[in-house]
Design a protein around this ligand. Structure first.
Ligand code: GLU
Length: 464
């Protein structure tokens, strides 16, 4: 095995980048970065009927958003068909693969007969050459599939980076189809050729692939290649204990971007979902890289916890530079239907409200009052906008028309109006909030008002 650490993520472009794949990508990336190695992106698009360019685009966009940069790729398997054909030809010549002409109907009948006899189902090797064996005559005009001549006995063992030692007997597995009749290779074959050619040293993937690994190891051996280390990550379960799926909430990474999560918070949360570093719950991408050495990976399934992700996001949001937040919030405001330029959302606005928000969507919901009309709730109006306070609100609007528009002058004007009308602070400040902000609770009223134009505030106060 070459000493250079090389990892890869190999998504199939049959949908968006799934959270489970994103976690595998993160671990593979962090492992490579931790060791000063390289990380490769490979698009496994040999399932031609289900692969789409739209999925490729979404996967690339999500990788980019998460900041999982790769040193090579994207490599597309469908652009490597010549290479697979070359390896297939070699295996056919060396007898580690063979042509099989069995029709689907024949294989169905075989399976039914095996079931009826209470046997394990699987291909019986009828086209597998053997010394002294007479093979059937190939049917005319039929293109064969290519099968791997899996060793008949012995045990495949590997020491899994996550699960520990695993052993599966060769008798348990049959001769796998490695190329379809049209010459397109199947996953288990293409993945091995690619991982060898790309000098991948460590393969992290979901544990749904554990049953594929013995075939893959046997193909490495048939090709005389050294094995990478394998780490099979446990599934992510939804809070109902079932495998995370589309039906039970968002599983597309892109949905979290839309919902106002920060990429570094997603990485933080995904990192903790199946890995730990002491009791740490909050860390930056740089800390993940510096701590992720392939140890402390959990053997048991991880439970998706939306509330915890939200908490993690809120913690990162508080730490985020306000100018960066402003640009993110501008996008969210536009999605709320408000025509907002990037420059109109100021860092000061983000600074004032971000501590109250879990996501940039929530921050946008707060800041919407600066960019469009507000609709105070009738019950809040009825409760806070009493006849006693109306004259004070008019007086405040008048006062605001004359002062310098800054927080200190606004605070002073409010104090003066309160004193002149014999009110207490909340008696004036709450109706001001309801009218101007559309809600009864906000951060400090002078700070909130200072971020409007004086004219907008006066106009909303005069709606009293
Ligand atoms: N294309 C496979 C998948 O998306 C890759 C599995 C692997 O990493 O080997 O599940």
């Amino acid at each position: 095995m070459s000493s250079k650490i090389r990892t890869r993520i190999a998504p199939s472009p049959t949908g968006f980048l799934h959270l489970g794949t994103a976690r595998t990508a993160l671990y593979s990336w962090a492992y490579a970065r931790h060791h000063g190695g390289e990380f490769v992106l490979r698009i496994e698009d040999t399932d031609v009927s289900r692969s789409t360019q739209d999925s490729v685009d979404q996967i690339l966009q999500s990788m980019h958003w998460l900041g999982l940069d790769y040193d090579e790729g994207p490599v597309y398997q469908m652009q490597r068909l010549d290479r697979y054909a070359e390896v297939l030809a070699r295996m056919l010549a060396e007898g580690t693969a063979y042509a099989c002409y069995s029709s689907p109907e024949e294989l169905d009948a075989l399976r039914e007969a095996q079931k009826a006899r209470g046997e394990k189902t699987g291909y019986d090797g009828r086209w597998r050459p053997a010394p002294g064996k007479v093979l059937p005559t190939p049917p005319e005009g039929v293109k064969p599939v290519i099968r791997f001549a899996n060793p008949r006995d012995g045990v495949v063992r590997w020491d899994d980076l996550v699960k520990g030692p695993i052993a599966i007997g060769n008798q348990e597995i049959d001769d796998l189809i490695i190329a379809r009749a049209d010459g397109v290779p199947t996953y288990n074959f293409a993945v091995v050729v690619d991982d060898i050619d790309m000098a991948i040293s460590h393969v992290f993937r979901g544990d749904e692939h554990i049953n594929n690994t013995p075939w893959q190891i046997n193909i490495y051996r048939a090709l005389g290649a050294s094995l990478p280390a394998f780490g099979h990550l446990p599934v992510i379960l939804g809070d109902d204990g079932l495998k995370l799926s589309k039906r039970r909430g968002a599983v597309a990474v892109s949905a979290y971007e839309d919902e106002g999560y920060l990429p570094e918070a997603m990485l933080n949360y995904l990192a903790r979902l199946g890995w730990s570093h002491g009791d740490d719950e909050l860390f930056s991408p740089a800390q993940i890289v510096s701590w992720f050495d392939g140890s402390h990976l959990s053997k048991s399934p991880a439970m998706w916890d939306a509330a915890k992700l939200t908490w993690v996001n809120a913690q990162h949001l508080k730490q985020t530079d306000d100018a960066r937040l402003a640009a993110l919030v501008a996008v969210q405001l536009r999605r709320l239907g408000l025509a907002v330029d990037d420059a109109a959302v100021t860092p000061a606005m983000c600074a004032l409200f971000k501590d109250r928000c879990n996501t940039t969507v929530e921050l946008a919901q707060w800041l919407a009052m600066y960019f469009g009309p507000v609709t105070p709730q009738p019950d809040e109006l009825a409760q806070h906008l009493t006849d006693a306070v109306r004259p004070a609100l008019n007086a405040l609007a008048d006062r605001f028309a004359t002062i310098a528009w800054d927080k200190a002058s606004i605070a002073l004007a409010i104090k003066e109006v309160i004193a002149a009308h014999g009110l207490k602070m909340p008696q004036l400040a709450i109706p001001v909030r309801v009218l101007v902000c559309g809600r009864a609770q906000t951060p400090s009223v002078d700070a909130v008002l200072a971020l409007f134009s004086s004219e907008v505030v006066q106009e909303r106060l005069r709606n009293a």
